[in-house]
Design a protein around this ligand. Structure first.
Ligand code: ADP
Ligand code: ZN
Length: 228
């Protein structure tokens, strides 16, 4: 099953992807997390990406496409994966279609997380993330039990450098200009399923699960092959 979670920053893609990953055997491939891992390790790629990310800009298509191309070679991706934060431009989507078709695969479903910008600023500016295990919190709606300390692993809970009001507004602008055209791109392919991302986390999750195709393209391919 190859899924894309599409939606503006703060719409809950990462939270829902983590939950679905825990339940199914499809890893969450988050280009944002991969880039932040590069920053944390001080790689050359990370140093270059940090400047763009801190300003709310996208990193170049070739960089994220290269990361995804390498990542999906890993054996944990054999049964499928959830793309979270990728693709973010039409060019990335075209590269993805191309690299999947080379493997005889294709995107099964694109879940669009629908939410107004007005709600996102509050969500993102209150967002806190564990510096170690990436568990997410919100200062108002889901704070850690002990202020600044992760419930799960005990490491410090921090605010992302790009989760301040100025950069949040820039990221939303970038989303509307560069990423939202993907809504039409995937709806033309008949793969888009919009869900209301303003609902409570559990309700959104039920909708995500309900919107999964019964069988993936790969599963259909396998069962046809065995039926012969
Ligand atoms: P959010 O969805 O909350 O903005 P992400 O962690 O997905 O957070 O992304 C953070 C930043 O990482 C983006 O603002 C962008 O600079 C960079 N980034 C992540 N994914 C991509 C991508 N597919 N293409 C270009 N830049 C990306
Ligand atoms: Zn943690």
């Amino acid at each position: 099953m190859i899924l894309i979670f599409l939606g503006p920053p703060g719409s809950g893609k990462g939270t829902q992807a983590k939950r679905l990953t825990a339940e199914k055997s499809w890893p969450q491939l988050s280009t944002g997390d991969m880039l932040r891992a590069n920053i944390a390790q001080g790689t050359e790629l990370g140093i270059a990406a940090k400047k763009m990310m801190d300003q709310g800009n996208l990193v170049p298509d070739a960089v994220v496409v290269g990361m995804i191309r390498e990542r999906i070679k890993n054996s944990d991706c054999l049964k499928g994966f959830i793309l979270d934060g990728f693709p973010r431009t039409i060019s990335q989507a075209e590269s993805l279609d191309q690299m999947l078709s080379e493997k005889g695969l294709r995107v099964d479903r694109v879940i669009e997380f629908q939410i107004q910008d007005g709600e996102l600023v509050g969500r993102l500016s209150g967002r806190r993330t564990c510096s170690s295990c990436a568990t997410m919190y919100h200062v108002k709606t889901s704070p850690p039990k002990v202020d600044g300390v992760c419930d799960k692993c005990g490491n410090p809970v921090i605010q992302r450098a790009d989760d301040n009001v100025e950069v949040i507004e820039k990221r939303l602008k970038v989303y509307h200009a560069q990423t939202s055209p993907l809504i039409q791109y995937y709806s033309q392919q008949g793969k888009l399923l919009p869900i209301d991302a303003t609902k409570a986390m559990d309700q959104v999750y039920s909708r995500v699960v309900a919107s999964l195709p019964k069988r993936s393209f790969f599963g259909q391919f396998l069962s046809r092959a065995f039926a012969r």
